[in-house]
Design a protein around this ligand. Structure first.
Ligand SMILES: [Zn+2]
Length: 201
């Protein structure tokens, strides 16, 4: 502040007016350039913050730490932990028969964990009835919980969904889900483990 004051004192009145005018012009044009970008950025930040709070509200309240450290095991080790059907899905990218799983019509309030490593993947808050016979969600609990990989088949392009902690194959994500994301995470019941969590106020 003091330096600004002494710098200004060196100018006479007309020079100060000119300087003020110049600064105002420069700053207002700077803001007008920034505004559309800033608006877009703010919208994005608000959306991400809003979604994070909405989906992770329970975790924040409980003070839980996200489980992000990787779980790496050999196929032999996974065979000991998983049932043969779970192994087929998680490690061999298999798919359970539609309507055969435990959770496609499950309506409890809580969290769906990865059956292989316990990573909290999906919340019942984003579960919806897709009618496909597989549990369907419009978003994971947070983007760092899952990993997505493009599959390039001969006849169709699909996006594979994997557990970001243990790399278990979970299912696929399609772009025909409901609002607000319009995504449909189509997940095998066998690789999910539901843990009931009542809403906390
Ligand atoms: Zn996992």
């Amino acid at each position: 502040m003091m330096t600004d004051f002494f710098v200004l004192k060196k100018f006479d009145r007309s020079q100060r007016y000119a300087l003020t005018f110049f600064v105002e012009k420069v700053s207002s044009s700077f803001v007008s350039v920034l505004t559309p970008i800033a608006k877009y950025g703010l919208k994005k930040i608000c959306l991400v913050l809003g979604m994070t709070l909405l989906l992770n509200g329970d975790s924040f309240c409980n003070g839980e730490k996200p489980l992000l450290e990787k779980v790496i095991k050999s196929n032999a080790e996974w065979k000991k932990i998983l049932t043969p059907k779970q192994y087929y899905i998680a490690r061999e990218k298999g798919t359970e028969r539609a309507f055969s799983g435990e959770y496609h019509d499950h309506k409890g309030q809580g969290v769906y964990q990865c059956a292989a490593c316990g990573n909290e993947l999906f919340s019942s808050k984003t579960k919806f009835d897709s009618g496909t016979g597989w549990p369907s969600f419009w978003a994971p609990i947070s983007q760092d919980k899952v990993r997505e990989e493009k599959e390039h088949g001969f006849f169709m392009k699909r996006t594979e969904v994997l557990c970001n902690r243990c790399d278990a194959h979970l299912g696929h994500v399609f772009e025909d889900g409901p609002a607000p994301t319009h995504l449909r995470y189509c997940i095998n019941s066998l690789i999910l483990k539901f843990v009931e969590k009542k809403e906390q106020k």
